[in-house]
Design a binder for this molecule. Structure first.
Ligand code: SAM
Ligand code: DTB
Ligand code: SF4
Length: 327
C-alpha cells in the first residue's frame, strides 16, 4: 500500500494503489482550502481545468421498475405519480441524440428503469448504440444488472461506457436498497470490464448517510481492480413519495468535499457533477469545478427530473471561461 503524506504544502497526493479508510478520512477531513488546493493541483496534472464534458441524458424506458431504491421516482414500490412507459423506438432515440448534439453535448447517456434488461431487448439496444455512435457522440447506457453475454453484445455494438452506481457506502447500502446487494452491483461491473467497456460508477450524496458512508463509497470505488473511468456524484433529487424524499439537504461544503476527495482518489477519472445542479447556485457549481468536477449533464431534463435551462448554463460557462471538452 502506498502511504500518502498530508503535508499541507504538497502539490499532489497520488497513491498508485489502494486507499484505506484512515487515509481517505484524513484527506476528507483536511481544512477546506487545503483540500481544494490538493484537488485542483491533481486536476491540473491530468486535465485542462477550464474544460468540462457536456453530456445529455435520455430515459429510454421510464418507470415501473421492480427495484426499491429509496431515492428513485421510477420504482414501482412507491407512489411518485410518474407515468411508466415502454422501451422507446429507435427513431425517437435518434431524434433525441441529434438534438443533444445540436445542443452542445458530446456524450449521450441512455437510461432504462429496469432491474436488468431482457435478452430479447439487447438487439434493439445495440441498434440504439450504433445510432448514437454514428452521430460521433460518446455513448453510455445504464440498464440495471447485466450478464456477461449481454455486456459483450453491447460492447460489440460499440457502447463506450456502462453506468452502474454503487450509490453509497457499504454500511449504508441496505438502508437505501433491499432488492439487490452491493455484491450484485460489483458482479455487473466485472462483466462490464470483462467485455472491454469503460466503467461509469458513482453514487448519491444527501440520502441521510454519514460522512463515513460517503468516504466508504469513495474507498470502494477507488479500490476496484481498475477504478472507474467515470465517477458520477449525484446530489439527491428529492422525490415526493419515496422513502428518502424527506432527507435533510446536504451541506454545500460537504458536497464539495466529496467531489474533491473523488478527484484526488481517482486522479485520472472524469468526475461528473451529475444530478442536483438545478438546486445549486452558480457559486456552488463553481466550487465543484474548482474541486475537480469536469463533466455535467446539459439539457432541460435528467431522466425524470429537471436540469438547468440552456441560457442559464451558457451564462455560467461565459462567466467562468469554461469550454466544452472534446472527446
Ligand atoms: N435502473 C438502472 C440502475 O439503477 O442502474 C439505471 C437507471 S438509475 C435511475 C441510474 C442512477 O441514477 C442510479 O443508480 C442513481 O445513482 C441515480 N439516481 C436515481 N434517482 C436519483 C435521484 N432522485 N437523485 C439523484 N440521483 C438519482
Ligand atoms: C447518474 O449517476 N446520474 C444520472 C445517470 N447516472 C443515469 C441519472 C440521474 C437521475 C436523477 C433523477 C431523475 O432524473 O430521475
Ligand atoms: Fe430501478 Fe434504477 Fe430507479 Fe433503482 S435506480 S428503482 S434500479 S430505475
Amino acid at each position: 500500500m502506498t502511504t500518502i503524506t498530508l503535508d499541507r504544502n504538497a502539490k499532489t497526493v497520488e497513491p498508485k494503489q489502494a486507499w484505506d479508510y484512515a487515509q481517505a478520512r484524513a484527506l476528507y477531513d483536511l481544512p477546506f482550502a487545503d483540500l481544494i488546493f490538493r484537488a485542483q493541483s491533481v486536476h491540473r496534472m491530468h486535465f485542462d481545468p477550464n474544460e468540462v464534458q457536456m453530456s445529455t441524458l435520455l430515459s429510454i424506458k421510464t418507470g415501473g421498475c421492480p427495484e426499491d431504491c429509496g431515492y428513485c421516482s421510477q420504482s414501482s414500490h412507491f407512489e411518485t405519480g410518474l407515468k411508466a412507459s415502454k422501451l422507446m423506438g429507435l427513431d425517437e432515440v435518434r431524434t433525441a441524440a441529434v438534438q443533444a448534439k445540436a445542443g452542445g453535448a458530446t456524450r449521450f447517456c441512455m437510461g432504462a428503469a429496469w432491474r436488468e434488461p431482457k435478452d430479447r431487448d439487447i438487439d434493439t439496444l445495440c441498434d440504439m448504440v450504433r445510432e448514437v455512435k454514428g452521430l460521433g457522440l460518446e455513448s453510455c447506457m445504464t440498464l440495471g444488472m447485466l450478464t456477461q453475454p449481454q455486456a459483450t453484445r453491447l460492447a460489440n455494438a460499440g457502447l463506450d461506457y456502462y453506468n452502474h452506481n454503487i450509490d453509497t457506502g457499504p454500511e449504508y447500502y441496505g438502508k437505501v436498497i433491499t432488492t439487490r446487494t452491493l455484491q450484485d452491483r460489483l458482479d455487473t461491473l466485472e462483466h462490464v470490464r470483462e467485455a472491454g467497456m469503460a466503467v461509469c460508477c458513482g453514487g448519491i450524496i444527501g440520502m441521510g448517510e454519514a460522512r463515513e458512508d460517503r468516504i466508504g463509497m469513495l474507498v470502494t470505488l477507488a479500490n476496484l481492480p481498475t477504478p472507474p473511468e467515470s465517477v458520477p456524484i449525484n446530489a439527491l433529487m428529492k422525490i415526493k413519495g419515496t422513502p428518502l424524499g424527506g432527507s435533510a439537504k446536504i451541506d454545500n461544503f460537504e458536497f464539495v468535499r466529496t467531489i474533491a476527495a473523488a478527484r484526488i482518489m481517482m486522479p485520472t477519472s472524469v468526475v461528473r457533477l451529475s444530478a442536483g445542479r438545478e438546486n445549486m447556485s452558480e457559486e456552488l457549481q463553481s466550487l465543484c469545478f474548482l474541486a475537480g468536477a469536469n463533466s455535467i449533464f446539459i439539457g432541460p431534463k435528467l431522466l425524470t427530473t429537471a436540469n438547468p435551462a440552456k441560457d442559464k448554463d451558457d451564462a455560467l460557462w461565459a462567466k467562468l471561461g469554461i469550454r466544452s471538452m472534446d472527446i
